[in-house]
Each structure stands twice: as structure tokens, then as C-alpha cells.
Design a protein around this ligand. Sequence first.
Ligand code: TMP
Length: 288
Amino acid sequence: MNDIPELNLPHVRIAHPEHVSEVIQNMIKDGHDKLQVVADFDRTLSKYTHRGQICSTCHNVLEEGHVLPDFYKDEARALRDHYFPIETNPKLTVEEKIPVMVEWWTKAHDLLTKCHIKRDDVRKMVENSTARLRDGCTWFFDQLQASEIPLLIFSAGIGDVIIEVIKHQATLHDNMKVVSNYLEYDEQGQMTGFQGDMIHVYNKNEGAIHDSDYFQNLEHRNNIILMGDSLGDLHMADGAVGVQNKLKIGFLNVKVAESLDLYMKRYDIVILEDETLDVVNAILQKVL
Ligand code: TMP
């Protein structure tokens, strides 16, 4: 751990330093050929705040600018004001939160479907949005690409928005796969709904990726860096096979004091109110 000074910074919390040290040593020994990375998007690869302002999540991007009508913005904000405190309430269990999150995503997706947006609208909204990739994200993406390390971005946000944010602010490389909620369009390019099963923050252990052959094809990559900002993100790599070393890195952005104990129990490394990927990049640099 002394080789990676970023791990000793005051906003980086580690409940079991010996365990973290052993996992990182194993990953360094095994090298980049054995590594795969699984990351959440909103508030994990993207920032929570930028220069003191709260940044947009994928869904929030749609509330910015002038593309969508005011009724959408008002209702989407009202939904978030009601449901986001429930999502992040450390006093509720995941089981208690799941039906409430299904309700939120269902209402939010129905609301967006009513607006009949056009394919090109997403690009315009992203260009003018306050969604921001974390500082260091471009380096992170580029290094993973250069070393041919697969990156799975697993998000309960909106896939079309994620793709545009990455293309606009960094590069979407061919080692990256984005599994998320994608918009469905008719032949005229007008949105008609969402494709496939809904992904919300607490069902990342279910079918979306685990029923596919994604992890099967990577079974020789026994080491996983998992990055998330919610307790639901801990399940993003549940379908991975033959895992020998897993390093779970959690970004804690809100309700820090109330949630810290829980996050330290569940994540190996907890990073508090940081808008960079410096800690992850420092570890990655050692493994490459
Ligand atoms: P993530 O899986 O990439 O973290 O994305 C989920 C986040 O999206 C979660 O923190 C809640 C947020 N969200 C909104 O901001 N507005 C919405 O309408 C919905 C459904 C989710």
C-alpha cells in the first residue's frame, strides 16, 4: 500500500488494509491479461459535483435545455425529489427499496415516452448538459483500451445518453460495453418506449448481463475491479466466473456520515466526496 500513496489519503477509507493490499499484490502479479473492470456510470464514472454545482445523471440530462417540454421537467424533478432520498436512505434495506425503485423507474420511463423525442435530440441534450465524466476518466478509458482490458459499464441510467456523454467527453473504445436502459425508436426515429427489461439501481444482479455470455467469454480474466456508488452496484459482477481477486471500490457522494459504516463493510475501498478517478488510476497503473 505504501507504493500507492493515493490509498493513504484522508478521504480514502479502507476497513481491511491487509486484504486490500493482498488483492492488489495479486492483481499486479497476474498483470493486465487477467484483469477485467466493471463500473457503474452515474456518480461513479461521472461526477456528482463540478465546481460546486451538482452534475446531471443520465436521466437529469433530459431535464436540461429546451428540448423537452416543461411538464416533463417538472414531473421528472418531482419524482426525483421524492424517490432519490429513498434510494440513498441507509436506514432502509435493499429489499424495502426495490419495489419503490421499480415504481420510480416505471414512472420516469412512462413520462419520457410521452414526450416522443427524436433520436438526434439525445445528442443535442448531452452537448448542452452538466453531465461530466470524472477527472482522469479519459486516461482510464485509454489505458484500458491500450492494454485490451474489457470494461463493462453497467448502468440503471439511459444507455443512449451514456454513449453520447462518452463520445462527447472522451472516446468510446471497442473494449467497452455499455449495458443499460436503451430507448426504442420507430422507423421515423421517434421514441416509442424502452428496449428489454428495466434496469434499476437494485436489480443489477439479475438477467441484464448475467444471462448473456459476457462473463463466460471472460472466464480467463480472474481478477475484477468493480466500481460503484450504490450498494446495488456490488452485484454488477455476480455473473462472473472463476473470480480469484475482486477489488470493490465505492464512491460515497451523499449522506456520507450516515452511510460510511455500511459502505466500509461492503466495499473494500471507499472514496469520499472526490470527483476524480485518481485512486483507481493509481491502482491501475501498477497493474498495467
Ligand atoms: P446508475 O446505475 O448509473 O448509478 O444510475 C442510476 C441513477 O439514476 C440513480 O442514482 C438514480 C438516478 N435517476 C435519476 O436521477 N432520475 C430518474 O428519473 C431515474 C429513474 C433515476
